[in-house]
Every structure is written in structure tokens, then in C-alpha cells.
Design a protein around this ligand. Structure first.
Ligand code: FAD
Length: 535
């Protein structure tokens, strides 16, 4: 079929009841998307079914880092360091736009720590085979204050500096889903799996009041925080395997925390947390607290917020940050495997595959960083079950959509083609779309109106919204503003000033009536307000 659009979704729903599927994947986060892509690239017949929107769960709420694995060295796990480092290099090759190298500055407050970090990072560079231009540096106090003038100078000794990659989690998922669809997978969003009976799966359309049944030889549950719920829907009783922990992020104006590099901060319980600059804002993250049950939009408490604000206020000089400075926030749930008696931050992040007596294969745990390898392992298992062990994974060789060569090589080239965007706007668009910017340029060439900015959404062109609706399967305002453009997270006004203009374009393209349009606007406003009102 190829591509993602309302038409491919319709065709998907029409095809599902008759499709001869090898594999049906439940859940379109990074895990499910990775599995669907790997399997489709091997030539299996695949469907990917997502209850809300691609990346609507944890995979749009991460810290957005593709880790090199420094933190795993701190835990003494050399194998994990190697895996994270090699996966990071693969991802950079497959999707350069979604893997932006950034400096991570870790301030130090004494000679002993500086020496210890120097030894650790030296070992990391060796173990992870870090290239010459990305090796660590040690800064003395003067260099640290020159590079990050907002650091609190008292007690500062220097800084250890290493390279991490910044990604866009929801766009990484979308690119992976597109890759799956281009390789032949049926991909539908807003389609919930409500029952699983062996290989027979019932799927309900969130909009159309219809439900269809599909059959697959293997069903894989990649439900993230909902893994246990999906297992119950397949008849598994009384065996809760997940332990969810919540992580929040806060957004402040870049002018309130003006940093050019990411900075590691130490929280009140000695955990490492980050401040990361991006698109005119700085975001702080993250927390790690137990959470009883899965929720689509977990709330942010005052204590969550204070935990991060305190860490920032200890690390940086200037007027202390307060809750009133917070422009936006997001929270996600880590789908971890329960480990009795462990504190939230001690629970392992490793992934585990579980097979229930019904035959349902479930996967939980893991990271964005290592998703491709995790997906490959699952599809190896699926191939074994299908008796197709000779089908080899191709996921490390085929670029992700947006990662192929295009007519614009980078953000600078895009800025030259679209001067109205300015350098910052071009950077932003390039990082979200990569060579997919060609499709936006083609739209603008066909209709100059598409090159106009959306009123109230600085740096966002009409073409970007039209493309999200026509070619990225965005079906609600939340899909467009939270996960396609990321305005809910990174716009200083959470996208609220552009919501009516975007709703008008969506209404026109998706055929919404006045009532649906008003409900979408109202729902989006409530979502944005809810994320800023600490409980
Ligand atoms: P999800 O993304 O939650 O996907 C599961 C999907 O299943 C959801 O979209 C849901 O709607 C769907 N679903 C559920 N039930 C059904 C059903 N019945 N029918 C159909 N669909 C269904 N990793 C990193 O590598 N780097 C980081 O910087 C990083 N930071 C993090 C920060 C935080 C705060 C958190 C919480 C995690 C972070 N992680 C990070 C980890 C990473 O984000 C997760 O491991 C990953 O996103 C989990 O993806 P998933 O696909 O398993 O789950």
C-alpha cells in the first residue's frame, strides 16, 4: 500500500478482515512500530494497530535522548554500553535528522569527582568506540563558566562534557511506522484492539463506530504501559507483570534558563536530571515515581515540579525558577517489569519478552535508543514460530523515511530555499522532517499559500499542517499539535494561539462539522491547561 493517509487507513480497515497476516502488532509506540517495520522489511505480511495515535503513549513523552550509554557505564554494564553506542551509530546513519549531536555538560564540584569522571569517560570512549570528533572533554572552571555562563559559580570546579544525541521521539515513531507502511504493512491508528482470541483479533475504529476482526498467525503485544491490559484482553488472568513509573518534564522560556548546551543537574535524592535547550525553550527532566495504573495523560504534581525546579535552582545562578515560570509540561509512564522491593529508579530498564499460554507474545521494558535491536529480537522469535528462520532482518540497512538523500541536504540548505522560515525555523523543520522537507517544498511550489506561516504558531507553515493531515495520518488536533508539529511541548504558548487556525484547516481537509471542530478545540485547550495545572 505505502504511505500514510486517511485513504490508506480506510484501505487498511477494508483489508484487515480478509488479510492473510503473519503478524499483527498491538500498539504503535516505538516498540510496535519497530517490530512492524522489521517484520515488513523481511517480507512478512504485517498489520500494526494503534488504539489512539502513533506514539500517543510513552513514546512521545520521553526525554528525547538517544543515549550513548555513559549512564550504563556508571552502573558497570559494559554490554549495555556497547549496545547503546552501536545502536546510536546505526540510527544516526538511518535518520541523521532525528539524531542531533549535542554537548551534555556535567558540572563538577571538586577535584576528586572531576578525576573520577575523566577516567570513566575515557573508558567510555574506548568501550563505545567513540569517533574523534565526539570524544569527551574536561573543562576547568573558567571554561565551564565561559561555555555555560548561567552556572552557579560557587563551589564549581569544572565540568565533564560528552556527546549525546537529541531526537524527536514521536517523529522517530512516525518515521518508523512510515517505513513499515512503505514496506507493505497495514498501519491503522485510532483503532483499539478490544479482544484477542488466539490469532483472532477484534479491532474497533475510534471514529467510525465499526469493528472488524482480523486473523494472524502470531500476535505481538507492544502495548507499553497497557501490556498487562492487552494480556487480559487475550484471556490471561491474574498475572500482573508491569510496574509503571512516571517521569515528567517542565518547559520554561529559554530566556529564563539561557543555556547553549544541555546540562546535567543533581536532584535532591542525588539522581541525575537534565536541562535541555530546544526551539526557544529549555526543558527540565525527569522524575521517577511509582504510578499505579496506565493513563494517557498522567498529571504533574506540585512535588514533581518542585523536584526539578529545585535541581535547576541549585545548579544555575540568577533569579530562581518558580512554578509560575513553567510554560508547559509533559509526563510519561515507563513500562518496566516489576521487581519486588526496589525503589523506582532502581528497577531495571531492560526489556523482556513474555509468551502467555494463549500464544500471545508480549514485550515490555526497553528504551527508544535500543528499539531497533529489541524489535529485531522479537521478529526473530516470530520468524521461528512461523518456520521462516531464514528471513534476515534488514532494519539496519534501509534508511528511515526522511533519512534518505533529498534535494535539501541540511537545515542551512532549507533556510536558503525558505528564507521566510529563518535559521531557527529551518532548523526545527529539518529536524522533524529531514529529506521529507521535499514534500513540503513541493506543496509550496504547487500552492504558494502553503508557504505562509500559521497565525499564532511561530515558525510553523501551512504546508506542515496540510502534510500532517494528508500524509501523516493526523486525525485530531492533538495528533497535529502534540505529535506531528510538537507545538504542545515546545511552543511557548503550547500551540494555543494557533489552535483555531489549525482547526480550520483540519475541518476543511477531514470534513469536520462545526460541532466536531468546536469539540476538538475545546479538548485541546483542556489538555494544554491540564498539563500546566499542577495537582
Ligand atoms: P508506548 O509508547 O506507550 O506504546 C504503546 C502503545 O500501545 C500506545 O501508543 C498505546 O496507545 C497502544 N495500545 C495500548 N493498548 C492498546 C490496544 N488495546 N490496542 C491498540 N493499541 C494499544 N528512552 C530513551 O532511549 N531515551 C530517553 O531519553 C528516554 N526518556 C524517557 C523519559 C521518560 C519520562 C519515560 C517515561 C521514558 C523514557 N525513555 C527513554 C524510555 C522510552 O520512552 C520507552 O521505553 C518507550 O517509549 C516505550 O515504548 P513502547 O512502544 O513500548 O510504549
Amino acid at each position: 500500500m505505502g504511505g500514510l493517509s486517511p485513504a490508506t487507513r480506510e484501505a487498511g480497515f477494508a483489508a484487515l478482515p480478509h488479510a492473510d497476516l503473519d503478524l499483527l502488532v498491538v500498539g504503535g509506540g516505538i516498540t510496535g512500530a519497530g517490530i512492524a517495520r522489521d517484520a515488513a522489511l523481511r517480507g512478512l505480511s504485517v498489520a500494526l494497530v494503534e488504539a489512539v495515535d502513533f506514539a500517543a503513549g510513552t513514546s512521545s513523552r520521553s526525554s528525547k535522548l538517544i543515549h550513548g550509554g555513559v549512564r550504563y557505564l556508571q552502573q558497570g554494564d559494559v554490554a549495555l554500553v556497547r549496545e547503546a553506542a552501536s545502536e546510536r551509530a546505526v540510527l544516526r546513519r538511518l535518520a541523521p535528522h532525528l539524531t542531533q549531536p549535542i554537548l551534555m555538560v556535567m558540572p563538577t564540584y571538586g577535584r576528586a569527582t572531576q578525576m573520577k569522571l575523566q577516567a570513566g569517560l575515557w573508558a567510555f570512549d574506548k568501550i563505545a568506540s567513540v569517533g574523534r570528533d565526539e570524544r569527551h572533554e574536561m573543562w576547568d572552571r573558567a571554561a565551564a563558566l565561559r561555555e555555560v555562563p548561567s552556572l552557579a559559580p560557587d563551589r564549581l570546579f569544572g565540568a565533564a562534557v560528552f556527546v549525546e544525541y537529541l531526537t524527536d521521539d514521536a517523529r522517530l515513531v512516525l518515521a518508523t511506522v512510515r517505513g513499515a507502511a512503505d514496506a507493505g504493512a497495514i498501519c491503522v491508528n485510532h483503532a483499539e484492539v478490544t479482544a484477542i482470541d488466539g490469532g483472532r483479533v477484534t479491532i474497533c475504529d475510534a471514529f467510525g463506530e465499526r469493528s472488524v476482526q482480523a486473523s494472524a498467525r502470531v500476535v505481538v503485544n507492544a502495548g507499553g504501559p497497557w501490556v498487562d491490559q492487552v494480556r487480559q484482553r487475550a484471556g490471561t488472568r491474574g498475572t500482573q507483570r508491569l510496574q509503571l513509573t512516571k517521569g515528567i518534564h517542565l518547559v520554561v522560556d529559554h530566556a529564563r534558563l539561557p543555556i547553549a548546551h544541555s546540562v546535567v543537574m543533581t536532584a535532591r535524592d542525588k539522581r541525575s536530571v537534565f536541562a535541555i535547550p530546544r526551539d526557544g525553550i529549555t526543558y527540565l527532566g525527569t522524575t521517577d515515581t511509582l504510578s499505579p495504573s496506565p493513563e494517557l495523560h498522567p498529571g504533574v504534581t506540585r512535588d514533581d515540579a518542585d523536584y526539578l525546579l529545585e535541581a535547576a535552582n541549585r545548579t544555575f545562578a540568577g533569579r530562581p525558577l518558580e512554578r509560575a515560570d513553567v510554560l508547559g509540561a509533559w509526563a510519561g509512564l515507563r513500562p518496566l517489569l516489576a521487581e519486588e522491593g526496589k525503589a523506582p529508579s532502581e528497577i531495571s530498564r531492560k526489556d523482556e519478552i513474555m509468551t502467555d499460554p494463549s500464544g500471545l507474545v508480549s514485550i515490555a521494558g526497553g528504551k527508544l535508543t535500543t528499539y531497533r535491536k529489541m524489535a529485531r529480537r522479537i521478529v526473530d522469535l516470530v520468524c521461528e514460530k512461523l518456520g521462516k528462520r531464514d528471513l534476515r532482518s534488514r532494519s539496519r540497512d534501509v534508511p528511515l523515511p526522511g533519512g534518505e538523500p533529498g534535494s535539501v541536504a541540511d537545515a542551512a540548505a532549507l533556510a536558503a530555499r525558505l528564507p521566510a522560515l529563518g535559521r531557527e525555523g529551518a532548523e526545527r523543520l529539518w529536524r522533524l522532517h529531514g529529506s521529507g522537507c521535499d514534500a513540503l517544498l513541493a506543496r509550496i511550489a504547487a500552492d504558494p499559500r502553503a508557504g505562509e506561516p500559521i497565525p499564532g504558531l511561530p515558525g510553523v507553515l501551512r504546508a506542515e499542517i496540510e502534510h500532517a493531515l494528508d500524509a501523516e495520518l493526523a486525525l485530531t488536533l492533538e495528533d497535529v499539535l502534540e505529535r506531528r508539529t510538537r507545538a504542545l511541548l515546545f511552543d511557548r504558548r503550547q500551540g494555543l494561539d494557533g489552535v483555531e487556525a489549525v482547526a480550520a484547516i483540519a475541518a476543511d481537509r477531514l470534513g469536520w462539522n462545526a460541532a466536531r471542530t468546536a469539540a476538538e478545540i475545546d479538548g485541546y485547550r483542556r489538555l494544554a491547561d491540564g498539563l500546566r495545572s499542577f495537582r
